[in-house]
Design a protein. Structure first.
Length: 459
């Protein structure tokens, strides 16, 4: 019996050796962030003082130039919603979560140049003038779907994607029900000598009981969103549509001009329950100019986000819908800290307009750069709109304004280690009359400040 076993093992080794070999190249990447923030929130003067860290660890598995896979986990998704391990919140470390941030496969359709990426990935709409995208930014977490990219000509690239935003299924012997939210988009990237632009369109089919997955959803998705349970469950079927573009002109380099704009709307089907859920539509424009010199790069920019008219029935009815959109022109007022903690939770361009002037890439010492900006925020919501109970920080009327001063200093300690110190001070001028009920128990005009020290190790 022992001899027979030995012969069978030997035969197995022979067959294994003769089988075609399959191997992939493995490449690791990662990012450590350590973040220390403190300050006082604008409007309320409430203090915040947080320290934490996060690790993102990824690996690329490449079979050949036409096929590869990527997998990334995030360590420190937190015991709360900060996507961060907050120092001191869990001394044992046992509650620190490990989450899948990305997991996708890249492949090229045979005999073509069409690239396909399928799986959980970072995908969003084209970048706005102030960076990121106010409708849909890739954000900190991945999204599930398929992205197809094809170079049509030397000056045109076409991209289309389908994303499954939310899914809630109920399957029993006598019921087969599937509620889901799906997003479909197409973009065209035109690139010429001295200028480029990328128009895009996106459509969303929203099913009742599926997930909207939107920050500030009580404004953006309207009262057709259930905020009492998980804050994201859609209470009625609906449809949403967006169209926009960006534009970059570098023909007169070192002068660069960036312009972007978009329109969006969402409507709900109320035929099933007769409830008048809140439809909405809105728009925004952004513009930013820069001129690079030997001493730094002066910048000047502005934006306008539509707000509520005096005859709007609900708050946020004149705001553009968004799916985790991001608009962060400053550190403090618009949650633009370089690090981990969201100290203000305002990400939306809607209901505000503003101007910004400053200078960036200023350097007096090797590996140390500075950026300084002054920014003016003004509300675009009508002063007569129903907002008496609302924090003016979140809902600014056309009588409210804020001035913010920012200074950021970035030092490259080593090739892979960077430190950044950000300072922000906000001077508020809110109208108590427009927020009478809210102001009764709060200091409406309380100024705010924020400081954030971040260390980033990337490999």
């Amino acid at each position: 019996m022992k001899k027979l076993t030995t012969l069978l093992l030997a035969a197995g080794l022979v067959f294994a050796a003769s089988a075609p070999a399959s191997a992939v190249d493995l490449k690791m990447d990662g990012q450590y962030l350590f973040n220390f923030v403190t300050g006082e929130r604008v409007g309320t003067g409430q203090n915040f003082d947080e320290a934490g860290q996060r690790l993102r660890l990824g690996m690329t598995l490449t079979a050949n130039e036409n096929l590869s896979g990527y997998f990334q986990v995030q360590v420190g998704t937190g015991v709360d919603s900060t996507n961060t391990y907050d120092w001191g919140s869990d001394p044992s470390g046992n509650s620190t979560k490990i989450g899948m941030r990305q997991a996708y496969v890249d492949w090229v359709i045979p005999q073509t140049v069409v690239k396909v990426r399928m799986g959980r990935q970072l995908v969003g709409l084209p970048e706005d003038a102030f960076g990121k995208n106010a409708i849909m930014h890739p954000g900190w977490q991945g999204r599930d779907g398929i992205v197809v990219t094809a170079p049509a000509t030397d000056w045109l690239d076409l991209t289309a994607f389908w994303l499954r935003a939310g899914y809630d299924s109920v399957n029993t012997y006598d019921t087969d029900q599937s509620n889901k939210s799906d997003y479909f988009a197409a973009t065209a990237a035109f690139k010429f000598d001295g200028f480029s632009f990328t128009p895009y369109v996106m459509y969303a089919s929203l099913d009742e009981s599926s997930v909207w997955d939107e920050d500030e959803n009580d404004y953006v998705a309207g009262n057709a969103v259930n905020t009492s349970a998980d804050g994201t469950s859609i209470l009625a079927d609906g449809n949403a549509f967006w169209a926009g573009t960006n534009f970059v002109m570098s023909y007169f380099d070192p002068f660069v001009l960036k312009v972007s704009g978009a329109y969006g709307m969402v409507s709900y089907d109320t035929s099933n329950d007769g409830v008048n859920y809140q439809d909405r539509h809105g728009w925004y424009v952004q513009a930013k100019a820069s001129y690079k010199t030997a001493y730094g790069t002066p910048i000047f920019g502005g934006w306008y986000g539509s707000g509520d008219d005096s005859d709007a029935q609900y708050k946020g009815q004149g705001w553009i819908p968004a799916w985790a959109g991001r608009f962060h022109p400053t550190f403090g007022y618009s949650a633009g800290e370089f690090g981990l903690f969201d100290t203000t939770v305002r990400h939306n361009i809607s209901g505000t307009w503003g101007l910004q002037a400053g200078i960036e890439d200023v350097s007096f010492l090797q590996d140390l750069t500075h950026k300084f900006t002054v920014t003016w925020f003004q509300g675009t919501n009508d002063k007569n709109q129903w907002s008496a109970t609302e924090n003016p920080y979140k809902y600014m009327t056309d009588n409210d304004n804020v001035v913010e001063f920012n200074l950021a200093s970035t030092y490259k300690i080593y090739k892979n280690l960077t430190a950044c110190l950000e300072l922000a001070y906000m001077i508020t001028d809110y109208s108590d009359g427009d927020h009478a009920t809210w102001a009764a128990g709060n200091e409406t005009d309380k100024d705010g400040w924020s400081t954030a020290l971040t260390f980033q190790y990337m490999f």
